[in-house]
Design a protein around this ligand. Sequence first.
Ligand code: FAD
Length: 396
Amino acid sequence: KPGVVIVGAGMAGVQTAVALREQGWTGPLTLLGAEPHQPYDRPPLSKAVLLGKAEDSAFDVDFEGLGIELRLGTEVTGLRAADRMLDTEAGPVPYEVLVLATGAAPLTLPGTGGVPGVHLLRTLDDAARLRPVLAAAPEVVVVGAGWIGAEFATAAREAGCAVTVVEAADRVLAGALPAEVAAPMARWYAGAGATLLTGAKVAGIEEGRVLLADGRELPAGAVVVGIGARPATDWLDGSGVERGPDGSVTADAHLRTSLPGVYAVGDCASFPSARYGTRLLVHHWDNALQGPRAVAANIVAGEAVRAYDPVPYFWSEQFGRFVQYAGHHGGADALLWRGDPDGDGWSVCWLRGDALVAVLAVGRPRDLAQGRKLIESGAPVDPARVADPAVPLKSA
Ligand code: FAD
């Protein structure tokens, strides 16, 4: 019998395989990954691995010992659900139960494809290409002031590069945070000696320079494009798997897809959040750790026993700050500051009614940990206490 087959050997795929064994799946288990490398963790790629402080970030998992058949360098090109069959360049692969964990692919700037010196930052190969670039310390232009752009700019400044970050929106992190919260974070760029240009649209990139729509020209020994990522699901065209306009596989509350016996998890999948009353597509590490545990429980039970309704969590390390976020502030009706946004540590709490729904903590890990528990419990909070950085968010 073919057993469980997982497509994508990133965090979500590997964690699904490990969780299946931990939770008692004894049948055959196959993990197919397009990349040739031993499966690895991505967050270090914009941090220690990029700066050469760590050689690589391979997962510490004994695939052989766990009886996980790992097939690397194997891109899956199609899914024939009626036959319970996957197509790969190396031939068809049958499955009993299938898990889609193909992650996301970075968005590119149209027309900049083959231009020398233009980089993305998603894979180990990307990081390996960028390492000597940073060591040579050229003038670097970063396109996009999101999480990845900020982390890359941090590393490039640390490596001694002159850094200009070009952002089309009128502020940093425009897709993630309200203007009021993003404002102090934008000041971190100048503090680290990087130049930030907001409202600046890239008109073209040529070797050695970036052209802006307003006519400005920026010299660029290297360009890093960090403008977001889209679920890597094109290979599912024609398969019958339902997908949303954002390209995500639209999983249900148990991370099942529209096809029988097929689950989806991690960056490639969106899911309905009962907690937040909306569908969420989360592109963060913790989602690729927690989601797999629910998928594994449902596969092992052979039925939908475990719903997935997390309080999403992520962190980012930028400009010497440790930034953490838990929850989802989409439906919040109040925003409260804890501390001085120009100081070393501050937090922002979002409330809906009298409940905490999200927290952003800069250099205040205790706020994050306590806030996360409050969000999970849904317990009412006192706004005066929340706004006072001198008292803990939650009493012991
Ligand atoms: P991926 O990690 O993208 O893995 C999917 C795998 O599937 C890939 O290896 C891909 O090659 C493979 N694949 C795709 N298509 C196919 C196919 N057709 N056939 C076979 N294989 C296929 N999150 C945080 O919370 N904090 C951080 O600080 C942070 N830093 C990050 C830094 C960087 C540079 C990046 C890129 C991401 C970072 N993230 C961070 C996000 C986090 O790494 C992702 O959310 C996580 O990797 C998602 O895991 P995944 O397995 O769903 O997808």
